[in-house]
Design a protein. Structure first.
Length: 76
């Protein structure tokens, strides 16, 4: 899975298989795999902040909450 796929103009391309938040367990641990190989885990709020910080500091990209959550999957 690629976390950050950017289109021209700095906009993010939506993931191929978007999952709605209603299908995700509430309060559970979510995981995001970045294209650079970094794996990030946390609750919904923790993960959003972690991924946003990683994207900005390592890739000079800004990720919205919706973009982060569209890439997040329940930890198995």
């Amino acid at each position: 899975m690629h976390l950050l796929r950017m289109r021209p103009g700095g906009k993010y391309e939506p993931p191929d298989n978007q999952e709605t938040m209603s299908k995700r367990p509430r309060g559970g641990v979510l995981v995001v795999h970045c294209a650079c190989g970094v794996v990030m885990r946390g609750t919904e709020n923790e993960l959003v902040l972690t991924v946003q910080k990683h994207a900005l500091e390592n890739h000079n990209m800004k990720a919205t909450r919706q973009e982060v959550l569209s890439r997040a999957r329940p930890e198995s």
